[in-house]
Design a protein around this ligand. Structure first.
Ligand SMILES: Cc1cc2nc3c(=O)[nH]c(=O)nc-3n(C[C@H](O)[C@H](O)[C@H](O)COP(=O)(O)OP(=O)(O)OC[C@H]3O[C@@H](n4cnc5c(N)ncnc54)[C@H](O)[C@@H]3O)c2cc1C
Length: 570
């Protein structure tokens, strides 16, 4: 009989506990959780604040009682594991529920210990940041406090710092509540898992919704001023609510002051490694708990999973930290398998992720271009902007899709997509294709579902693969949006769209010859210069490219067309 002790009772911890029980009826399984709830839906928290998930109890997926009934797991909430004695294989735990001054601690032995303590929000040491109206969102109590503060302080203006998943979801939640919102982001884009030109689609939607989006701006200081307030004890108001009434004045790096009623800090998370460090377990260079592929730490009896660890990057094989629920759950299950003698190896994390921003979905898998540049990995890229299903069937929306691949082997390195429909489907397909080691050549042959309400006979992914294959086989010479503003004297810019389309914008200095007139008007173009062609999305550009090249011109086609160029500037 094995005794398994688990630290952390949410994604990774709860998955491991349930799996361990499914593998053995005899094992003794104890799960310690510092907070009052276990196995809650942390990913659902912003949606309860914004009102999409009305019923708070829907966020509580399991309780200690239900865990006991179904899995015979001894769940101990409000109990913090404070130290690990590796030599004697035991942990010391502290009871947090007890209000008495005496600290109540006891020890518990283990055969195997699983650490799934997660990651805590990063709160930078900004002057005035510790005030009653500044919050981070990690768990149910945080959510309850935010909801309470919104009501208590009659919040009319909210500020969210950080344009990652949680920041964007909180921005939308405030907007849904009719609260004016400012989103402050230090980088020049939100959603850093995608590249800036793809984030441009999000920027436009955010601004269209009336959010005050501040990119490239840092929060530098916070000042809290309490509103004078007399508690109405007859109405049952408690004195301790008094501190929630007030105003914050934020100092921003753009030399501006901003008054706000609540501040959410969502600039990222940091692995919780205190316990592991104190126990002398090895910590990786990136600051997460180091594990091997079997999820064992530097002590073979101690496993670690989830947001607290460093894992292997699927694309590069290097160590990485990717705090997502999918990897945490899968790692928890695998760690339990390995405790029972299976020798399974974690296959790396791709970072497949998606975020809803109002009616836009934006998603990615694998490496983005910024990372490939940073890691000096050679890549090529393509963009397509095409309908989510047959454009003649009602409800089709544009899928803006970017794919990164190796120009030598054709192997998929990453993909990103933005749009109102069919985004999850495309990125999920790409995640599978990448995991299977497919090349862009093979991607052309994918046979995907098609009927007009669902897709196209040539799906977005087939089309992206055709463009990539054209580049690899030399059937097209690409130029990218980020090269267009720096063309040489020896290059001429040719817009092959219809004149009416130019009313929605064009690139300065371009000659306009619609593609359907090109054969007749080719003589207007110089043969001694390179013709840089663009259309709206790249398709007509490719038709023009083939005509020109087959007629003896030197040419390049703007991949992704004007639409990519335009959104890169948003
Ligand atoms: C608001 C929000 C939205 C999110 N949305 C998404 C999403 O849409 N998609 C996605 O993929 N991911 C999302 N995530 C991330 C995802 O929730 C995490 O990646 C995942 O929960 C990590 O699992 P974990 O087991 O490592 O840590 P957690 O699930 O965070 O669990 C760790 C638990 O350990 C407890 N603990 C820590 N130290 C101790 C100790 N010493 N003793 C006892 N208990 C301890 C903590 O109290 C905590 O409850 C979101 C996260 C948040 C906060």
């Amino acid at each position: 009989m094995k005794k398994i002790v688990i630290v952390g009772g949410v994604a990774g911890g709860a998955s491991a506990a349930a799996r361990a029980r499914r593998l053995s009826e005899e094992a003794q399984i104890i799960m310690f959780e510092r907070g009052p709830y276990v196995s809650f839906a942390n990913c659902g928290l912003p949606y309860h604040i914004g009102g999409d998930i009305q019923d708070r109890s829907k966020l509580l997926l399991q309780t200690p009682e239900s865990f006991l009934a179904r899995f015979n797991v001894d769940v101990r909430p409000l109990t913090e594991v404070v130290s690990i004695d590796r030599a004697n294989k035991q942990v010391t735990v502290r009871l947090l529920a007890d209000n008495s001054d005496d600290i109540k601690e006891y020890t518990e032995s283990y055969d195997f210990l699983l650490l799934s303590p997660g990651a805590g929000p990063i709160v930078p040491p900004i002057s005035g940041i510790n005030n009653p109206l500044t919050y981070s969102l990690r768990n149910i109590p945080d959510m309850d406090k935010i909801i309470h503060a919104i009501g208590e302080n009659k919040v009319e203006h909210a500020t969210v710092v950080g344009g990652g998943f949680i920041g964007l979801e909180m921005m939308e939640a405030f907007h849904a509540l009719g609260i004016k919102t400012t989103l402050v982001e230090l980088a020049d884009q939100v959603m850093t898992p995608v590249d800036k030109e793809m984030a441009g689609f999000a920027h436009q939607v955010i601004r269209d919704k009336g959010i005050d989006l501040r990119l490239g701006v840092a929060l530098e200081a916070v000042e809290f001023s309490a509103t004078s307030y007399v508690a109405n004890e007859d109405a049952g108001e408690k004195i301790e609510h008094q501190h929630l009434k007030g105003k914050l004045t934020l100092s921003l790096s753009c030399d501006e002051k901003l008054d706000t009623d609540i501040l959410i800090m969502a600039i990222g998370v940091r692995p919780e490694t205190k316990l592991a460090k104190q126990a002398g377990l090895e910590i990786g260079l990136l600051g997460g708990i180091k594990t091997n592929a079997q999820m064992q730490t530097s002590d073979a009896a101690i496993y670690a999973v989830g947001d607290a660890i460093e894992e292997q990057d699927f694309v590069t094989g290097e160590q990485t930290i990717i705090p997502l629920a999918g990897p945490a759950n899968r790692q928890g299950r695998m760690a339990a398998n390995n405790m029972f003698g299976r020798n399974e190896s974690y296959q790396g994390t791709q970072g497949t992720a998606i975020c809803k921003i109002f009616d836009l979905a934006i998603a990615s898998t694998g490496k983005n271009e910024k990372q490939l540049k940073r890691e000096a990995i050679t890549y090529e890229k393509v963009y397509v902007h095409t309908a989510s299903h047959a454009s003649y069937y009602p409800g089709a929306e544009i899928v803006s899709f970017k794919m990164l691949f190796s120009p030598t082997t054709g192997k998929i390195l990453g993909a990103q997509a933005a749009g109102k429909d069919g985004i999850d489907k495309r990125i999920d397909i790409m995640a599978v294709a990448q995991r299977a080691g497919m090349t862009v050549e093979q991607l052309q042959h994918l046979e995907l579902t098609y009927a007009p309400p669902f897709g196209s006979a040539k799906d977005v992914i087939n089309q992206a693969a055709f463009v990539a294959d054209n580049i690899m086989k030399g059937d097209t010479a690409p130029i990218h949006f980020d090269e267009i503003d720096n063309l040489a004297e020896s290059q001429v810019l040719l817009d092959v769209r219809n004149p009416g389309e130019l009313n929605n914008g064009f690139i300065e200095g371009a000659i306009n010859i619609p593609v359907d007139q090109l054969r007749q008007r080719m003589s207007e173009l110089p043969k001694d210069k390179e013709i840089v062609i663009y259309c709206q999305v790249g398709l007509r550009g490719n038709v023009a490219y083939r005509q020109l090249v087959n007629s003896g011109f030197k040419a390049r086609n703007l991949i992704g067309g004007y639409r990519t160029y335009q959104f890169a500037k948003t």
